[in-house]
Design a protein around this ligand. Sequence first.
Ligand code: 5GP
Ligand code: MN
Length: 334
Amino acid sequence: MSPTAEQWAAAVAAVRSAGPDDEVLLICHVNPDGDALGSMLGLGLGLRRLGLTRLQATFPGRFDVPEPYASLPGLDLLVPESAAFADPRLVLVFDVAAESRLGALAGRLTGAPCSVVLDHHATNTGFGQVRLVDPLAAATSVVAEQLLDRLGVPLDAEIAECLYVALATDTGSFKFDMTTVAVHELAARLIATGIRPGDISRRVFDTRPFGAMKLTGEVLGRAVLDPAAAGGRGMVWTWATLADLERHAQPPYVLDTLIDPVRSVAEADVSVLVKEVAANEWAVSLRSKGAVDVSGVAISQGGGGHRLAAGFTGYGEPADVVAGVRRLLDDFLN
Ligand code: 5GP
Ligand code: MN
């Protein structure tokens, strides 16, 4: 369920308990996307407006900000994991469904005197002291904006750009089921600060290197359609290797949105994209149009996500990973 009045009050008290000299660490998930970075930096800028000065934002793993997010306001808050405060007074966590997504930074959360978790995954495992987890929120930035409001921080164009990128990313540019009246009202409040949605969208969604286009062509070209899967509702899948990225000299982020053309295939309800992240280790993206609760599939494999969009880490050959998913689909038919 959505956060209670007590949880909101506890979150406000936690933030207010931090003085200007206290170290405050913001953390989002590994391989950060627009919602992870946008909600974290938007809230971080808000905390700066409140007078907190010892602020850091970080995420586990390779310290690589994907090009689409490389001009977000508040990027000066970002530090690599290795430079993050060792014993912060307050830790805030963004868009993280499970502690495993924090890597070695999970210890900062458990060690801190005070921690606040902002998230919107129904599969959130319930870690952290104060939990602002709203499965009805379209993005973690929805939760972040509500916290800023309760802290009395007015929206400005910099904060708004961060929150807008997060909101646009997680609603698939205002296309997904969660795109409610409240989402559009929030978008309107953000745009009213003077940000330019056209410029932001072009930068975030519609600008990719030539090599990324060629790579996309190859990965889509090898897609397989399996009409009998998911109780006859159909599954389409494809895979991308580290060698594919290397051949086209592309960074991993260019694969982040590749599930979108795959999931648009009319003949399949379920789509699967298997992306190599290390030798024999694959980040598996799952999408459904409604026939299957793919978060159930993901959880059963140690991952998580939302009912119609989820993921997990798989091992072995891509075809075997997908065969495993195919077997599980029948258990989670709606
Ligand atoms: P994507 O396929 O875009 O990487 O992720 C889709 C959704 O599933 C996101 O909400 C993401 O947070 C979640 N997700 C993806 N991979 C994992 C994973 O390995 N573990 C968990 N807990 N959630 C994941
Ligand atoms: Mn999110």
